[in-house]
Design a protein around this ligand. Structure first.
Ligand SMILES: [Mn+2]
Length: 288
């Protein structure tokens, strides 16, 4: 299957990065998607940029302060809710593979909150739900592109590619090593799923080869909600590792042309996930 989603040149696109099993934030972004669709005669899309799964399994007293508001991992529920939503809104709800999803379909097993998060989740889900999980994740893309200029990946745009075909034809089973340390050496797939940063020149070349102008990704935690890197890159934190006051999502005008990431504005394209709990610098009421 082609691993690149091609978004249209009209309508509104809601972008949500790393949820890591947070059902509350999943429900909130879906609510935003429905409100957006209602406001645009149904011409709205929702894109998850990977790592919908693998959150902490901690009790409230074990929870470290730096992880933001407490939640308990609900990975299975999040993925199944996503599949239901996508089925009810054909062609309008999309997801990219993150390094955490990849572990279930051929990638190295991640070890962020457990020694082997892939085995832990599959044990918790049991055989039938695990088969369903793999089926759902197996349909995820590696990148999305839009005529507005935006190119979406899970990790930083650090892959060296000649054209979009290198991503479209990428084999998710290409990783044959054993350790997550080896994955970055797997061309295209490794950097797209695991890179936390990209050199300005490499990022620019990647974005151009994909036919776009700006790169949007998550994977890393930006405590302030988002960060611009040069003119081409924006890292967004919608959920994981961030306090409610700082969580942001993007709402892009698919009919626009964004030349640089600075064209995305707070209050227009960059929006707080929880407006009534948001920092003043993100358009809310909470002192920074
Ligand atoms: Mn990730």
């Amino acid at each position: 299957m082609a691993r690149v989603i091609r978004l249209p040149d009209h309508g509104r696109l809601i972008v949500c990065t790393d949820l890591q099993g947070c059902l509350r934030d999943y429900r909130r972004i879906v609510e935003i998607f429905h409100e957006t669709a209602a406001a645009h005669d149904g011409d709205a899309h929702l894109l998850f940029t990977g790592d919908l799964i693998h959150g902490p399994h901690l009790s409230p007293d074990e929870w470290p302060d730096f992880l933001g508001e407490y939640y308990r991992d609900a990975s299975g529920d999040v993925v199944e809710a996503f599949a239901d939503l996508a089925a009810r809104n054909p062609g309008h709800v999309h997801a990219l593979v993150g390094n955490h999803e990849h572990g279930h379909i051929g990638g190295p097993h991640t070890a962020k909150f457990a020694a082997d998060e892939v085995s832990l989740l599959e044990d918790l889900l049991g055989q039938a739900r695990t088969a369903r999980l793999k089926e759902i994740i197996g349909e995820f893309a590696l990148a999305a592109v839009a005529p507005c200029g935006a190119v979406f990946t899970h990790g930083a745009p650090a892959a060296e590619i000649a054209s979009i075909r290198d991503v479209e034809g990428c084999d998710l089973q290409a990783f044959t090593g054993g350790s997550p340390l080896d994955i970055l050496d797997t061309p295209v797939l490794g950097p797209i799923l695991w890179a936390r940063s990209a050199d300005v020149d490499v990022a620019r070349a990647f974005v151009r080869a994909m036919g776009g102008t700006i790169s949007i990704y998550g994977h890393d935690v930006i405590p302030e909600g988002f960060e611009c890197v040069g003119d081409e890159q924006m890292v967004v934190s919608t959920s994981f590792g961030v306090f409610d006051s700082n969580k942001v999502y993007l709402s892009l005008d698919l009919g626009a042309h964004y030349k640089r990431v600075q064209d995305l504005r707070i209050g227009r394209e960059i929006l707080p996930l929880y407006p009534d709990r948001a920092l003043r610098s993100l358009g809310g009421q909470v002192p920074d």
